[in-house]
Design a protein around this ligand. Sequence first.
Ligand code: R5P
Length: 299
Amino acid sequence: MTAALYYFDDEADAANRLGAALGMACHAIDRRQFPDGESLIRITEPATTAFVYRSLCQPNDKLVELLLVASALRDRGAARVILVAPYLAYMRQDVAFLPGQAVSQRVITQLIADHFQGLVTVDPHLHRTPNLEAIAPQLQVAYVSAAGTLAEMLRPDIAPGTIMVGPDGESRPWVESVAKPLGCDVLVGEKVRFGDREVELTVPGIEQVAGRPVILVDDMISTGGTLLKCAALLQAAGATRIEAVTAHCLASHDDLAHLEAGGIQRVRATDTVAGVTVAAAIAPALAAAIREKWGSLLA
Ligand code: R5P
């Protein structure tokens, strides 16, 4: 019985951090792109239990390649194939908000379950859905929280009096989990979304931030519109310094520049998504979850 971790070359560093944390062999996936954009996948090393590392930001091409990888691994003798997707895409569209819209969360979860026996992911954006097994009962899922990783990242330089702010109701459990081990106060906003970048926010109790440093905490930054709006309110209320931390930072270079111009002095994220904001490795938390769920299969 062998277990191995497979990765694409653009994620070699993050995947090797996980492989090292697990003491597991790591193999690069051989990928070639044809002139018309199709991908050719080759697996050169077999394993009985195959973990495939693929974070699903910019997901469309990656999803197709993952289906090819799962198939090639099975053809090479894998008895089980487990997807490690630190960032799991398509989770926000969990209902049809307008008649005729696809429920992307259901479609993508089912697609993964059709090709992988297991899934490891970090803080998937589940709002109205209790868990992914409610969509695909056959899928074994290991859920990892980035809250502990972010709290430990913040601990060495947390300023006295820091108050943590979650911008909307969905962020409440999350901001509380980051704040609690650090003993920080918490405020939670209320958000109404009108479009991809248009949101309205209020933060009950915002007067408490006057003269204090603030750390904004959210599970993900996409366009940055939510944090931008929140930062404007916090500045007007007298916050002395505003930073932001998140599990998944998908923001573009331009969006990050807007956040800086909007008064957010620093944005820090885990490495579930590669980029300039990465300040903490999620590998130890991923490895702990994998050991707990599939420890008996790790050789
Ligand atoms: C939504 O509920 C999430 O928790 C985030 O607040 C949201 O996805 C952030 O998106 P954006 O950065 O585009 O405002």
